[in-house]
Ligand binder design. Structure first.
Ligand SMILES: Nc1ncnc2c1ncn2[C@@H]1O[C@H](COP(=O)(O)OP(=O)(O)OP(=O)(O)O)[C@@H](O)[C@H]1O
Ligand SMILES: [Mg+2]
Length: 250
């Protein structure tokens, strides 16, 4: 478990676009937090800043007492995380089981046989059958790929799990199944998790506490049930638009 603190985080790109404009947010130890926002508002950029993939221009990001900006402690900082990227990011040239083994081999000193057996156990725990272990990512469905990516993410025993649009590219039924799996996995591991999504239904299903991003800032944080009572115009618009879309697709 780990506490995450974003302190007045700013991030611009070379083209002058200011994507994050003073993000401040605290995520408690063991909390399941969701960041919501429209497409292009900077959710993935925020995750990449949290991971140190993009350097931040100002402010700080702390996980427990470690700062993303401290080069000396960065290797300990980054070890805390595992991420399910928006596009799964499985290695196409590796089989499913090799994908799960890959991360573990970087951090564990166990024999190949032990690593393989843990990888297989993780794949089974996310509902994948042994017949898919030696297939390549392109040979399995999108839902199975998400499961494999989740197995890879939990295999390295992170303190924080990050999910970037966990249901993107999936049909509603498979998306629901994956949401259930993510919720059960986070509960079972009792670790801190941060999910970013533009889908209010996903947010309400996965978590009690969420934040909404707009124009590079957090405009609301609270219990997902209280969002409908928020007086902020953007939050009201986001909530009502999400409800209309979900009625149309139900
Ligand atoms: N490497 C980069 N260089 C320049 N601009 C970038 C880079 N990465 C992201 N951006 C810009 O940052 C903005 C936010 O992008 P981001 O991918 O974070 O959006 P998002 O909220 O995750 O959207 P979606 O919901 O569609 O995934 C976009 O305008 C994008 O063009
Ligand atoms: Mg994104």
């Amino acid at each position: 478990m780990s506490k995450i603190v974003f302190k007045d985080v700013h991030k611009s790109f070379e083209d002058g676009q200011k994507v994050l404009n003073g993000i401040s947010l605290e995520i408690a130890d063991g909390e399941t937090h969701i960041i919501l926002g429209q497409s292009g508002c900077g959710k993935s950029v925020l995750l990449k800043c949290l991971l140190g993939i993009f350097p931040i221009d100002a402010g700080d990001i702390l996980v427990d007492d470690l700062s993303v900006k401290n080069k000396r402690t960065y290797s300990n900082y980054i070890k805390k995380f595992s991420i399910l990227f928006q596009g799964n990011a499985l290695f196409d040239s590796m089989t499913i089981v090799e994908n799960v083994e890959f991360g573990m081999k970087q951090i564990r000193r166990d024999s190949s046989a032990v690593i393989k057996s843990i990888a297989q156990e993780k794949l089974l725990s996310v509902g994948l059958e042994s017949r898919v272990f030696n297939l390549y990512p392109a040979e399995i469905s999108g839902g199975m790929q998400k499961r494999a990516a989740l197995a890879r993410a939990i295999a390295i025993e992170p303190e924080v799990l990050l999910f970037d649009e966990p249901t993107s590219g999936l049909d509603p039924v498979t998306g629901g199944i994956i949401c259930n799996l993510l919720r059960d996995t986070v509960k079972k591991l009792s670790i801190t998790s941060l999910t970013i999504t533009h889908d209010l239904k996903v947010a309400q299903f996965l978590s009690d506490r969420a934040s909404i991003l707009n124009k590079g800032q957090v405009v609301w944080t609270g219990h997902t049930d209280d969002m409908k009572n928020c007086s902020n115009d953007f939050v009201k618009e986001f909530y009502h638009a999400s409800c209309v879309i979900s009625k149309k697709t139900d």
